[in-house]
Every structure is written in structure tokens, then in C-alpha cells.
Design a protein. Sequence first.
Length: 105
Amino acid sequence: MSVKGAKKCTCPGRSDKIFCPRCSDLRMLILLKNGNDNLKYRRPNGQLSNPVWYSRLKYNGRDAYKVADKMVESVKKDPKYAGAVQVLMFYINGNRHQHIKKVIL
Ligand SMILES: [Zn+2]
């Protein structure tokens, strides 16, 4: 079980991680513009998925909106995603149904 606000990953054997799909406070969904399937991930069932980023564990417990702002800046600086991103959706990790922030690039 993850502990909200913990600065380190609490998953067995993964204590050195910078991000964790379970322990990071925030989950960011990167919705790509059409024609960027090369940036998507292929699921085991063959479907393509939009990329997901998790917030840095060292930022756990901080103001979620400030952490989200940092993530927006990181995406903007990443040449891989230049011109490819339509919308960034932020969720409290573990809650996929209600976003806390939406950024249109
Ligand atoms: Zn973890």
C-alpha cells in the first residue's frame, strides 16, 4: 500500500525510484494530437495508450497544483513532445475519474 505524502516509494524492492505508478502523488495523462501514435504506448492487448507521467516522489506531500505546474514545464521542455500535446490532465494518483487540473497546450 502506498502512503500519501511519503517521499519514497514503499513498494517492495523499489526504494530507489524517482517516480512510482503507485506511490507518486500525481498522475498526469498526456493527450496527444492526432498523428502522434509513435509517442503512444502499446498495451499488452495491442491497443495504443496516451503517455502517463507520475510526479517525482520527492515532491510528495507538496501542493499538488504547484507540482502539476512543474510537470507542465517539464513536458513543454521535452523535445520529444514538441507540438504533439493537446491536453494535460492531472489526477490524484489512484483516482482516475476526477481530474484536479486540465491544461490545454
Ligand atoms: Zn512505489
